[in-house]
Design a protein around this ligand. Structure first.
Ligand code: NAD
Length: 350
């Protein structure tokens, strides 16, 4: 039996709305029926690309051909639009961050349960190749037992102008990149319990919203995780850095350029001290090359379309949704803890 094609629509036709429209036009099993944006210019842009643009959100939600609505508006209006779409009997993908706080998320989940519809979040960076590469190294214990993971994203242009600079719309880097980096952290740590977290925010280029942050999180599997975002850094830092008890890895960029070093003889004999600055050290002397093996990182291949494929398969009853309500609740609580820790200057214990 041939499967029904899912009718898709996008609300909010800006940067990400365009991304989702393209996915709905290219992924098998889904067809883009149309879009709606509150800004008439964006609707005209859609039409100029041959995409049907509805005159209103109500008109879009009343179209029975639409099974799935993706919400790609600024963060402060996610809740209202998601609940309206669920109430109209649509399945919903919401852009990240799903909501402004966990209370809003609870209302959205309650609506999904009430109307019996799928409601999930576009945590697309779970399919990033750099992330999957580090996850494989972690899962396969390629560095022995990993005790520290550092995940960084740095730019130099401050917060992009527009709603991302304004608190009332859910601006700032914690709610932007933080959502991705911390979702990756929770997903990679799996069942490990988060013990504590300490966070600081920066306001170098913007007084109203955080333009960067550092989070230090400790898990009961022994991993200490640093997640860091900056928007005022003029020298590139590695995307990933991780240390295990028998090796280290550095991944410099999204293309996964980097290397792994594995040791096979931890205790070296007769290491001569080296001159380091104004002193001598044996502790920090370079390793004897014979005790360490270095090789390039092997990139794990991935495809962002997998996200839509999972949603489509779930709607056909053939798969479990990958991005779940429980994961989103945990993530939103974590984001709240980040803001609380930064505000109080305190470690939050869980
Ligand atoms: P954008 O400003 O480019 O686009 C937002 C669009 O929504 C605008 O065209 C605006 O006119 C429209 N809009 C605003 N209020 C609306 C309403 N009430 N009804 C209908 N349309 C409305 O922003 P963007 O970069 O596309 O971000 C949109 C969402 O996508 C945000 O939640 C953002 O965090 C998220 N995002 C996710 C990723 C990712 O990788 N998953 C990347 C970028 C942005």
């Amino acid at each position: 039996m041939t499967k029904r094609t899912i009718g898709g629509a996008v609300i909010g036709y800006g940067g990400m709305g365009n991304f989702h429209s393209e996915k709905m036009q290219t992924v098998d099993g889904i067809e883009l029926i149309g879009v709606y944006d509150i800004d008439p210019k964006q609707n005209e842009l859609a039409k100029s690309r041959g995409i049907h643009a509805y005159a209103s959100r109500e008109e879009l939600l009343a179209d029975p051909r639409i099974d799935l609505v993706t919400v790609a508006t600024p963060n402060d209006v996610h809740k209202e639009i998601v609940i309206a779409a669920l109430a109209a009997g649509k399945n919903v993908i919401c852009e990240k961050p799903v909501a402004m706080n966990s209370a809003e998320l609870d209302e959205m989940i309650a609506a999904a349960n009430k109307y019996g519809k799928l409601f999930t979040v576009h945590q697309n960076r779970r399919w990033d190749e750099d992330y999957l590469t580090v996850k494989k190294i972690f899962d396969e214990k390629q560095l022995g037992s990993i005790y520290r993971i550092e995940s960084r994203v740095h730019g130099s242009r401050g917060i992009p102008s527009g709603w991302r600079e304004e608190k009332e719309h859910g601006g700032g880097m914690v709610l932007d990149w933080g959502v991705h980096l911390l979702d990756q952290m929770l997903t990679m740590m799996g069942d490990a319990k988060l013990l504590s977290l300490y966070a600081t925010l920066t306001n170098i280029t913007n007084d109203e919203c955080d333009d960067g942050f550092t989070v230090l999180a400790k898990f009961d599997n022994g991993v200490e995780w640093i997640a860091e975002v900056g928007t005022c850094n003029y020298i590139e830092m590695p995307r990933w850095y991780a240390f295990g008890d028998s090796g280290s890895v550095i991944i410099r960029n999204w293309d996964c350029e980097g290397e792994i070093a594995k040791i096979y003889n931890r205790g070296e004999d007769d290491v001569p001290p080296i001159q380091a600055g104004a002193g001598l050290t044996r502790t920090m002397a370079p390793r004897n090359e014979k005790t360490v093996e270095k090789f390039p990182v092997e990139k794990v291949k991935s495809d962002w379309a997998e996200y839509y494929k999972n949603v489509i398969a779930t709607l056909h009853g053939e798969a479990e949704i990958v991005v779940t309500h429980d994961q989103q609740r945990r993530l939103m609580k974590l984001l709240e803890a980040v803001f609380e820790s930064a505000r109080k200057g305190e470690v939050i214990h869980f």
